[in-house]
Design a protein around this ligand. Structure first.
Ligand SMILES: O=C(O)CCC(=O)N[C@@H](CCC(=O)O)C(=O)O
Ligand SMILES: [Zn+2]
Length: 354
């Protein structure tokens, strides 16, 4: 980002009301950057549309990335981040840690759709620049977001600092377990109980352990920057104004504490507090004719008996291979070659949790 010497015309209003979300929505593709100090000496940097950083004047030990609107119609996470940003700018909340907020896809917020041309959350980890398709705004945005996150973590300092990235989403379908997180593939590294405790404090007691690399934003931060990164599903997709914000109180309070305290105690780990799942397999859509055997309103975590038909992809029929194989993120409408379904089976805490 280039920050010009001349302060932008939006600055006085932004300082007064903290409404970075409206500013982002009014500038779908680009916003002049700027830097300013709050009364509490926090340095605020607007990097571009939808990208704002807070750097407190005190010594910090955490670098926190909070993203929302990677899918534009997933409004509850946007409303949560909007509130946190407003409170930081207006001084109601004081940052004690470095924090970078990202509204991923501003135009998709405005059209109320998951994406405009291409699913942004399939374009990370370099996928944005792979040959095949020409560029489009989502590919450019994925590249910019990777560069911004890299720059943010690198400026934070060495790897003794705690790096985290919570990518906030809501799911298309209802879910038996309303809130759940996806723990990206760690390539054999152990899963962290302290992160599960953080998630529990957010009201998230269900976690899926991925078994392979991905092109998602959370996998990128985990794999490339060693961050504790998760995709966090906070409920079901709803339009603005229709979210019951009482359902997000624990998440908001936990994020506020994370940002505004030097350290937070999330209590002792107790395996019984969690429902953990291991990804059993990923089913991609490869044919034009693709359908599921279950109803459009079948919820995430619905389990099937061994031998039950799950999906038909062209000539291929997929049957449940084990009793209790449960469906996550079924979506028959994805582009060819993309994930149409994840299935999971329960798992227990073992020695690979530290
Ligand atoms: O409900 C759905 O079908 C999708 C909800 C969603 O956007 N989930 C993320 C999960 C990303 C991950 O696997 O870490 C996505 O599909 O991008
Ligand atoms: Zn999403």
């Amino acid at each position: 980002m280039s920050i010009s010497a001349q302060q932008p015309s939006y600055l006085a209003k932004l300082k007064q009301d903290g409404d970075f979300l409206t500013l982002t929505r009014d500038n779908e593709f680009h916003l002049q950057g700027c830097r300013f100090l709050l009364h509490n000496n926090t340095e605020v940097t607007v990097h571009d549309t939808g990208i704002i950083e807070f750097e407190p004047h005190n010594i910090t030990n955490k670098d926190i990335v909070l993203s929302s609107a990677v899918h534009g119609n997933e409004t509850a996470p946007i409303e949560i981040c909007d509130e946190l940003i407003r409170e930081l700018i207006t001084g109601k909340l004081t940052a004690k840690q470095r924090v970078l907020f990202i509204f991923g896809n501003p135009k998709s917020i405005n059209i109320g759709k998951r994406f405009v041309e291409e699913n942004l959350n399939r374009l990370f980890n370099g996928e944005h620049s792979k040959t095949g398709l020409g560029s489009n705004p989502e590919r450019e945005r994925a590249k910019q977001l990777e560069e911004t996150v890299s720059d943010f973590f690198n400026r934070g300092g060495d790897s003794t600092r705690s790096r985290c990235h919570y990518d906030l989403h809501t799911a298309i379908r209802g879910s038996k377990n309303e809130k759940f997180a996806v723990y990206p593939f760690l390539h054999g590294q152990p899963w962290k109980k302290s992160q599960l405790q953080f998630l529990l404090s957010c009201g998230v007691n269900t976690v899926l352990m991925m078994k392979s690399s991905a092109t998602t934003f959370s996998y990128y931060s985990s794999y490339v920057h060693g961050a504790d990164a998760f995709t966090i599903e906070l409920g079901q997709v709803k339009p603005f104004g229709e979210n019951d914000m009482r359902r997000f109180e624990k998440t908001k309070a936990t994020l506020k504490a994370l940002i505004s305290l030097e350290s937070v105690d999330y209590g002792d780990f107790n395996a019984d507090d969690f429902e953990l799942f291991s990804v059993y397999r990923t089913i991609n859509r490869t044919a034009e004719s693709f359908s599921f055997s279950f109803a459009d309103d079948a919820v995430n975590f619905t389990g099937f008996a061994k031998g039950d038909l799950l999906a038909i992809d062209g000539q291929t029929r997929y049957f449940a291979e084990v009793d209790g194989e449960a469906i996550i993120f079924p979506n028959a409408d994805v582009a060819l070659g993309q994930r149409a379904l994840l299935t999971v089976t329960p798992m227990q805490v073992d020695s690979n949790f530290i």
